[in-house]
Design a protein around this ligand. Sequence first.
Ligand code: GRF
Length: 203
Amino acid sequence: ARLVVLVSGSGTNLQALLDACADPAYGARVVAVGADRDGIAGPIRAERAGVPTFVERVADHPTRADWDAALTAAVAAYEPDLVVSAGFMKILGPRFLARFEGRTVNTHPALLPSFPGAHGVRDALAYGAKVTGCTVHLVDAGVDTGPIIAQGVVAVEDGDHADGGEALHERIKTVERTLLVEVVGRLAREGYRIEGRKVRIPA
Ligand code: GRF
């Protein structure tokens, strides 16, 4: 399966996918990496792996709709079977979803539907949650609201309150990378069916 991965940061989830794709049995190949900003580590990881990259910044377009169209075209050029939003910090627009909804997965560092949005780790910590974790889900028009595919649980520890969630987010990202690689591999090899809110991946 052809994967396009979208990033906005350090790209450790992307790196886990690049590493997994090195094994032909995994059944997927990262054909391009897209970013919404310059100066981040994600695209450098792609270049090191010989994977083409592109940047589509909202600020470079007169309207959000123009950015939506430009991002959609940039992704479509690589003819992906699956788009993976791995730490991509923009809401994908209607044009993009018209083309790729149902074939786009996102990873979120909280147990959805709890703590959606850009600060899931911090919000769970502030709420006093005893466990949190990560969610891999299909992207729909909402913010972190698409059908859940898989989740991983991470315990919150007392010391986590001292560093604004840094240590907790690192522990979540360790689980998240493994979960994302596992889910993307199975989607790439076996596909999936959606029954209402449930996403079934063949056992
Ligand atoms: C991940 O935890 C992702 O869920 C969140 O931001 C982090 C991105 O990490 N949105 P990386 O860029 O993959 O290292």
